[in-house]
Design a protein around this ligand. Structure first.
Ligand SMILES: [Zn+2]
Length: 245
């Protein structure tokens, strides 16, 4: 029973793969690659290439733009580079025709793109970049504001801000970062307000900053602090003793 099922599956795989291989042999496949420029959805601008693949005996490929020949290639890889600026703005249909050594003519799939001007593509890019910048700066400010608002004690110095917070690698104390820049691999150069040393720092999530701040509060920071409390204790003892008399 199991063997029979396995045999059916193998037969099915053999049939489909041979059908697929057959389809591949007779088809001419056109792809469009961006070599330099802009591409967003169907809008393109810059230098692009037709890239055509087909059967092994493919001898010649004619590249068509809106049904008109704009170039040909007689050697694999079948490729034609073009600049969108060469043609009118608007929608264009790209396709290819191929000839095989056994005299067959093959037609590729078609690709439709809208050629846009350089200024249009710059505008379109800005429409993407500006909201991303606003979101990253604004989002950082909002999360810092929420985090600061939720803090139990307000007298602690802010450990995060609109540019996020970090922990000083020199003294281990958290502080709010001062400069905003793209998050490059190594981090940003910033100055620790506690120890005054400059170091390359990376953004640390607010939770980690607050736990670092809490940890520092718990351990006695300097030897001066316990001495002060010792003095206070003595003074209190003195005060208490006055009542004893
Ligand atoms: Zn420091």
């Amino acid at each position: 029973m199991v063997r029979k099922a396995a045999a059916v599956i193998i037969l099915f795989l053999l049939t489909t793969s041979s059908v697929w291989a057959q389809g591949e042999v007779d088809s001419l496949r056109l792809r469009l690659s961006r070599d330099f420029g802009f591409g967003m959805g169907a809008n393109i601008q810059g230098t692009f290439s037709y890239r055509v693949t087909g059967p092994d005996n493919l001898e010649r490929v004619i590249f068509l733009l809106d049904g008109e020949k704009i170039g040909e290639d007689t050697e694999a890889p079948f490729r034609l580079q073009f600049r969108t600026e060469t043609y009118s703005l608007g929608v264009h249909t790209m396709s290819a025709e191929g000839e095989t050594s056994d005299g067959r003519t093959l037609t590729s799939n078609t690709i439709q793109r809208q050629f846009v001007s350089g200024s249009d593509s710059t505008k379109a890019s800005l429409w993407i970049i500006i909201p991303v910048l606003v979101l990253s700066i604004g989002g950082g400010a909002i999360s810092a504001w929420i985090a600061n608002r939720n803090r139990s004690d307000k007298d602690q110095p802010a450990v995060t801000g609109p540019f996020g917070g970090t922990i000083c690698p020199k003294c281990g104390r958290p502080f709010a970062m001062h400069i905003w820049g793209p998050n490059i691999a190594i981090g940003k150069f910033d100055r620790c307000p506690h120890c005054g040393k400059w170091s390359v720092v990376r953004r640390v999530p607010p939770d980690a900053l607050y736990s670092a701040a809490e940890a520092l509060k718990e351990e006695p920071p300097e030897s001066a602090a316990p001495a002060l409390s010792e003095e206070e204790r003595l003074r209190q003892q003195l005060d208490d003793s006055r009542f004893d008399e």
